[in-house]
Structure formats: structure tokens, C-alpha cells
Design a protein around this ligand. Structure first.
Ligand SMILES: Cc1cc2nc3c(=O)[nH]c(=O)nc-3n(C[C@H](O)[C@H](O)[C@H](O)COP(=O)(O)O)c2cc1C
Length: 185
């Protein structure tokens, strides 16, 4: 059985609807997976590098779970990566500890999906925004295994319990798509 590591990069899951719902489904359906919620572990951004490197070494499949913030990953997830993916560990001389592992990006956005197209208001696709992760995979010998994306889950559109509930339902479907992708790996 492949070991799945899920890194939650949300900066405050207490305020989350989408990422929280996705993580709840994953915890339920993948009891053997390890879930690291960076906001609880590192509210001060002071990453325990050795602990995080151990987590990575023990995983076969790494899932980065996060909301899009400013067309990128949240600062906490970026910080985690900057601190953990070190020369000699993930890349560079003898830096082969992540080689052969697989990585999935699982992310949500406030803007609806049809804005994330070349003809849409944003003008770029989610895949284009995430190319930095693909380049990182290439550098580290990680196999990029694709992304699962859900748009239209903004804070601004949660103005009633019904709207929040429909975002939650969308997020549960997202988690099911992610589980399907994991089953293929
Ligand atoms: C600081 C910040 C920046 C954001 N930047 C973007 C953005 O660039 N594009 C976008 O579509 N949504 C953006 N959003 C909306 C979030 O992606 C959205 O609220 C999140 O995916 C919902 O997930 P959650 O319920 O787990 O928090 C931003 C939200 C915050 C708080």
C-alpha cells in the first residue's frame, strides 16, 4: 500500500469551508494517510525542518492541499517548501531524497472556474499558475501526477448557510475526484 502524505497549506483552517471539507473527507476515507495541517503545526511559520523532511521521506505520494492566494500557494505552504526542500536533500549534490515520489496539487479558488481560462477574465489556466510546482518536481526527480481543482468557493459568496452548504458539497465532490486520482497511482 502506497503511503500518502497530505500537506494542508491553508493559513487558517478555522475559517475554511472548502479545504476543511476536503480534508475531512480525506481523513475519513484514507485513515492510513498522514495529514499535516501547517496552520496548527506552525502558526508562527517556524518550520521544524527535520520533522518535515522525515514526513516527506516516508511518503510515496505527496498531496499539497491549499486555497489559491494571489494566484499562487499561501505563504505558509511556500515557507514550508523553502525551509524543507534544501540543497543536498531534495536536489543538488546527493539531494535525491524525493526522487521517484509522486506529487498531486489539490487546490481551490474564490473565482469561478470559467474565469481561469484564456478567454476568461483572469486569462490564465490553473495549470499555468501551477507551473512552478511542475518545475520543482522536475528539479527534484518527483513525478508530477496532476491536479484537482475547484473554483467558485469564495468567502464573499458565503452569505447564507445554504450558500456555505453548497460550497461544502462542491468540496466533497472535489475530495472524491482526488480519491479517484489517488486510486490510479
Ligand atoms: C489572502 C487571500 C488571497 C486570495 N487570492 C485569490 C486569488 O488570487 N484568486 C482566487 O481565485 N481566489 C483568491 N482567494 C480566495 C480563496 O482562494 C478562497 O477563499 C479559498 O479557495 C476558499 O477555501 P477555504 O474555504 O478553504 O478557505 C484569496 C483569498 C485570500 C484570503
Amino acid at each position: 500500500m502506497k503511503k500518502v502524505l497530505i500537506i494542508s497549506g491553508h493559513t487558517d483552517l478555522r475559517t475554511s469551508v472548502a479545504n476543511k471539507a476536503i480534508l475531512e473527507v480525506l481523513a475519513n476515507k484514507l485513515p492510513d494517510a498522514e495529514i499535516a495541517e501547517l496552520d496548527s503545526l506552525y502558526p508562527d511559520f517556524n518550520i521544524d525542518v527535520k520533522a518535515e523532511q522525515r514526513r516527506l521521506i516516508s511518503a510515496d505520494i505527496i498531496v499539497l492541499q491549499f486555497p489559491i492566494f494571489w494566484y499562487s500557494a499561501p505563504s505558509l505552504l511556500e515557507r514550508w517548501m523553502e525551509a524543507t526542500f534544501l540543497f543536498g536533500f531534495s536536489h543538488g549534490d546527493n539531494g535525491d531524497k524525493l526522487k521517484g515520489k509522486k506529487l498531486i496539487l489539490s487546490f481551490t479558488s474564490g473565482a469561478p472556474e470559467d474565469m481561469y481560462t484564456h478567454d476568461g477574465w483572469i486569462g490564465y489556466t490553473p495549470d499555468e499558475f501551477m507551473s512552478c510546482f511542475k518545475a520543482t518536481c522536475k528539479l527534484c526527480g518527483i513525478e508530477y501526477a496532476g491536479h484537482v481543482y475547484t473554483g467558485g468557493v469564495s468567502y464573499a459568496a458565503r452569505t447564507s448557510p445554504e450558500l456555505a452548504e453548497s460550497q461544502k458539497e462542491k468540496s466533497v465532490k472535489h475530495a472524491e475526484r482526488l480519491l479517484e486520482l489517488l486510486r490510479t497511482l
